[in-house]
Design a protein around this ligand. Sequence first.
Ligand code: SAM
Length: 266
Amino acid sequence: MLDRFNRNINYLRISVTDRCNLRCTYCMPEDGIHLLRHEDILSFNEIRDFTEVAVAGGVTKVRITGGEPLVRKGISTLVKMISDIRGIRDLSMTTNGVLLRQFAEELGAAGLQRVNISLDTIDPEKFTAITRTGNLNDVFDGIKAAIKAKLLPVKINCVIKDSKEEEDARAVTRFCKENDLDIRYIRQMDLVRGHFSVVEGGTGGDCSLCNRLRLTANGKLKPCLFSNTEFDIRELGYVKALQLAVEIKPECGSINDTGTFYNIGG
Ligand code: SAM
């Protein structure tokens, strides 16, 4: 699917829930979050059917994200339903890793190919402070489980303030080298102020190369993370929503003051 700017739109990111088992300071507001009603969240069949339409249109790469995708009940069943769609060449998940010890094996068996795991520090106290609740050992166990289940390459998403030379980022870099993990540095972004930048080691953040569409857990298809534009797949129908999102995908991001990282999935 070529858009107005000749970009080949072949990458769909699906947020399967807005719920998360962590409360990262840069992702969720301190005063709590407004959660979607359960009945508004797309069912597995809706997600599968929309993904089929997107793949028929030319999507070859699918990422499952959240919220935290592993807190969605029956996630491995959904992964299997998506991996059964012919035409997907790359099926991945972005997760905080906390529940991977429990799920890595069955996700691999369901057809998940690889994972990105978020890790901003290897200092246990700082980890608990950043996530407001998490235990770093759960993530380390999750990384080991992902490697054992061959969800490779395991990539680490490390959020930085300004530079990968910051103390925490350097320590995460060393940890990745020692454990043969890929790393991507994501500068802390602000959707409302329109602060975004290129992901170092990844492909995100460069508008001229953007090939992404994002489906939120309640069925809004977003052609750009940094824009309020979205198309409701239930109201418009899957084909029309897809067509409009590709047609109207902006040349470059600006601001998004209607969505958040935890409901769009980053
Ligand atoms: N819960 C999963 C996780 O932690 O990876 C998936 C969802 S999370 C919203 C996806 C990615 O967005 C994570 O790598 C996270 O670090 C990143 N993220 C969240 N808020 C961000 C922000 N304000 N700026 C940059 N990246 C952010």
